[in-house]
Design a protein around this ligand. Structure first.
Ligand code: M6R
Length: 369
């Protein structure tokens, strides 16, 4: 059952390296090319796609926000990510050259189902990224790429999220491959690192004790804020969502660049602020900007909890708490940066005496609109 863990959530967090590896299994060949034969949308159709729309809810939506960045970067196809519950109510522009990607762990989320039905009625092709074999969303889609997370029981999504990311990276890279996009060193390097990433997730899990300790020390706080940029922004949103649903705390994620447009007014003495720092390699301008954000909020009294790449000494002087994560290619960082936030929320919920696997007012799959 819970395999010796107190909660399903803890078990599912621990299963992430395997879930990630299983989702990659058989999908990258020895030469580093992608094989997604199960996606039964012909390559000729994929080559004609001129727009991609990702629809999803909650945690799956955060995976979708990261998917957008990966898809646009590797394929140069314009991509937008939209909350499934908003999608069909705004008369979206869709036609037969639009690819809609519907992400859902359960495959039964009504908002996502209604969005994909609407997309198909307009002639768009729908690809589901789903964790549940034979569920409604894949059955009603043109194709499906299954995530192989195994059953996820805890209401808070953890391993499903990581595998949704993996599946979306695979879709993005596959689209780049069939469209003959420049398969340069960068992409080759990403495929290689993706195929080895489960070991890095494992390494992160081995270093989580200080994160648990930190979470316990914050159990009487009212608010935790999360900041990130680029792929770190959806990670910040995901960290905040986990904390809301599990710890019943006020938690908000912001794009760090928005701080000065309002949220910085929230910073006061001892407010915990988690900052997800991008790799100092990759997009180094973003890195510099985040480091100055950390300085700014710390000068205003925030308690800074900094998630940064191992060896990134530039953040050390401004961090009240440091959580190191392994170096990864920029777009893959969420696979390692999300894990401490899951552990953090789970431990805070426990410290506050909450029911971790079954938070109040929530259901595992939301089958009403
Ligand atoms: O089954 P789905 O992936 O479609 O579910 C979507 C959301 O309801 C789900 O991710 C929800 O936000 C989680 N409880 C978050 O932990």
């Amino acid at each position: 059952e819970k395999g010796g863990y107190d909660y399903f959530m803890l078990k599912e967090i621990a299963e992430q390296p395997k879930a990630v590896a299983d989702t990659l299994l058989g999908r990258i060949d020895g030469a580093g090319s992608l094989r997604l034969d199960e996606v039964r949308i012909p390559d000729s159709v994929l080559r004609e796609v001129d727009k991609i729309v990702v629809v999803a809810c909650g945690t799956a939506f955060h995976a979708g926000m990261i998917a957008k960045l990966a898809i646009e970067h590797w394929t140069r196809i314009p991509c937008e990510t939209e909350l499934a519950s908003e999608f069909r109510y705004r008369d979206p522009i869709l036609d037969s050259r639009t690819l809609v990607i519907a992400i859902s762990q359960s495959g039964e989320t009504m908002d996502t189902l209604m969005a994909l039905r609407h997309a198909r009625e307009q002639g768009a092709k729908v690809l589901a990224v789903c964790n549940t074999n034979g569920s409604t969303i894949p059955r009603e889609s043109d194709a499906v790429l299954y995530t192989h997370a195994g059953p996820e029981v805890a209401v808070a999504s953890t391993k499903a999220f990581l595998t949704q990311l993996v599946a979306c990276y695979l879709v993005a890279l596959y689209l780049a491959q069939v469209r003959g996009a420049k398969w340069g060193d960068e992409v080759r390097g990403v495929v290689r690192e993706l195929s080895e990433i489960s070991g890095e997730v494992e390494r992160v899990l081995e270093t989580m004790e200080p994160v648990r300790e930190l979470a316990r020390s914050l159990a009487d706080k009212n608010t935790v804020l999360f900041l990130g940029r680029h792929v770190g922004y959806p990670v910040a949103l995901e960290g905040a969502l986990k904390l809301k649903e599990l710890a019943y705390m006020h938690a908000e994620g912001f794009a760090a660049g928005e701080l000065k447009h309002g949220p910085i007014a929230l910073i006061e003495h001892d407010v915990p602020v988690v900052v997800v720092v991008p790799s100092p390699r990759g997009r180094s301008v973003l890195h510099e900007k985040i480091v100055s954000n950390i300085q700014e909020i710390r000068a205003r009294g925030a308690r800074t909890i900094v998630i940064a790449e191992e060896g990134d000494e530039s953040v050390v002087p401004y961090a009240d708490h440091l959580i190191w994560i392994p170096a990864t290619p920029t777009l893959l960082q969420p696979l390692v940066s999300t894990v401490p936030l899951q552990v953090f929320a789970c431990e805070l919920a426990t410290a506050r005496g909450n029911e971790v696997d079954q938070p109040r007012n929530l259901a595992k799959s939301v089958t009403v609109e």
